[in-house]
Design a protein. Structure first.
Length: 278
């Protein structure tokens, strides 16, 4: 694309259209990586690992980072640190600041964190470990860093970071003055991934590892999302591959909670008061 733009300046609008289209396409890429995380991309463990790493490099981050983050999400679902839409009255931060943080998290922060952690871990461990230890206050945060600091996982992250840089650094250089088109593509990727990834849990009950919404989409469009909208089914049966989720939903008598777009849009409602425990 940058080479075409350099030779044919009139192709600008084509380049911009391609950049805009990468947002939704990025969500397919993330869902394929998600299948690899749960060992559902292939029946062979080595193939799951190989393709998970390759797809994650294209995604702009590292498979080990995505896998650690997602497995922590399953383990600590709707526990402190994984229920971002609730106001924390005991926090030192005022409500307006917590609200800003919430909107940042549902629009950009999920993807930015995934990219940033890889860059952070590229630095010497002697520098990063004291920082991560100091910043990790909650069990989900401590468990995440305990996992990624394992020597074999850290080595994999750094190796894959090299391949990520080998793809993205030349891309920035090739785009040159048109680099903002690449910037738009990455911002849209960050938005689509962050916004939709949080929609499945917004406002759902807390302290329940299976707490998630099944969100209705027309079947073909659902297939485009790799049936990720069967989200409570996925939390209950994470080992079920994407193409079996509709069958699993029917078998266990689950129903749709609401429409996908309605639930996604509801996130703009902002912070909620955390429900009281009886």
């Amino acid at each position: 694309m940058p080479i075409i733009l350099a030779r044919f300046p009139g192709a600008f609008w084509v380049g911009l259209s391609v950049a805009i289209s990468t947002g939704p396409l990025s969500y397919i890429l993330w869902n394929l990586i998600h299948e690899s995380i749960h060992g559902n991309f292939s029946n062979a463990r080595s193939q799951n690992q190989f393709w998970g790493r390759c797809l994650s490099v294209l995604f702009g981050t590292q498979f080990a980072v995505l896998k650690a983050g997602h497995l922590m999400h399953h383990k600590y679902n709707r526990e402190p640190g994984d229920r971002i839409e609730f106001f924390e009255p005991t926090s030192i931060h005022p409500r307006w600041l917590q609200s800003l943080r919430y909107y940042f998290r549902i629009t950009l922060a999920t993807y930015c964190f995934e990219v940033g952690v890889g860059l952070f871990l590229a630095l010497p461990t002697i520098l990063t470990k004291p920082i991560s230890t100091k910043l990790s206050k909650l069990p989900i945060e401590k468990a995440f860093f305990n996992r990624v600091y394992k020597p074999e996982i850290l080595a994999e992250i750094r190796k894959d970071l090299f391949f990520t840089a080998a793809i993205y650094a030349p891309s920035v250089w090739l785009f040159g003055k048109q680099g903002w088109i690449l910037g738009i593509a990455l911002l849209l990727r960050a938005f689509v991934v962050s916004f939709f990834d949080n929609a499945y849990h917004y406002g759902k009950e807390i302290d329940d590892k299976n707490s998630a919404y099944n969100l209705y989409l027309p079947f073909r469009l659902s297939g485009y999302f790799l049936h990720f909208n069967y989200h409570r089914i996925h939390h209950r049966f994470p080992g079920v591959p994407w193409n079996r989720l509709p069958v699993q939903m029917e078998a266990c008598g689950e129903v749709w909670d609401r429409g996908f777009w309605q639930q996604a849009w509801s996130q703009w409602g902002g912070l909620m008061d955390e429900p009281r425990k009886e």
